[in-house]
Design a protein around this ligand. Sequence first.
Ligand code: SAM
Length: 236
Amino acid sequence: MDYHTLLARLGEGSAHPGGFQATKELIGQIGFPRGTKVLEAGCGTGRTACYLASLGCNVTAIDRNEDMIQKATYRAKISGFPIRIVQADAASMPFPDETFDAVFTESVTAFTEGSSAIREYWRVLKPKGVLYDRELAFAIKLTTAQKKKLQSFYGLHHLRTVPEWLKLMSKSSFHKCSASHFSQMKQLAGDNDPLRVIDHELFTKPDVVAMMMKNERLMSSFSNVMGSVVITAWKA
Ligand SMILES: C[S@@+](CC[C@H](N)C(=O)[O-])C[C@H]1O[C@@H](n2cnc3c(N)ncnc32)[C@H](O)[C@@H]1O
């Protein structure tokens, strides 16, 4: 089982640095007007997509994982939000050019090769559209051995520092971009998701339990250097 399958089966609803609290804060700062056409790329179980819809956004959400799509669809149905949910890859999206006012994504681009997903975000945005991308970032350049450890477990393509994220963005077609300060990973308490659907059978499987423990160990041994950045990029 890979990391994303584990997340999907655990029904993890805010699998990014800072959790759902950070998502709500960022969306509060952005202040999308009602009716804004937002694409959420890599929606996971649909928690953020439903939150955006509750604020009056016109939301389309994609994820490449089938289990995540089923959980997001269930959440949208129970919540009563008319979200368009599509199983698709962020690096090759089934939408026409210039469809959305904004692309919102958290902890997804790092799992892609990078430039192709960014090219797609740019392509599907309308002129003057904006990308908001919260990504895993590192305070220092990791050694090759450290990178290997994290890449093989999490399936990450690249482990970037904030300047490395900005360098990647500078090669894209976006007209302008900015990055928040590096923010260290916070331990989250009490992030209760009432619509979480957990596959409890997982806890009876020793290999899966070993995987969860490895995740905990990696998180704690890299906690001093691991964090996040929010990149905002504007299409001309
Ligand atoms: C770390 S989780 C973050 C999920 C959600 N954005 C959140 O913050 O809770 C990464 C999500 O991105 C999805 N994903 C990874 N690579 C993807 C890709 N190339 N295209 C679409 N979805 C992808 C995974 O299936 C997973 O749901």
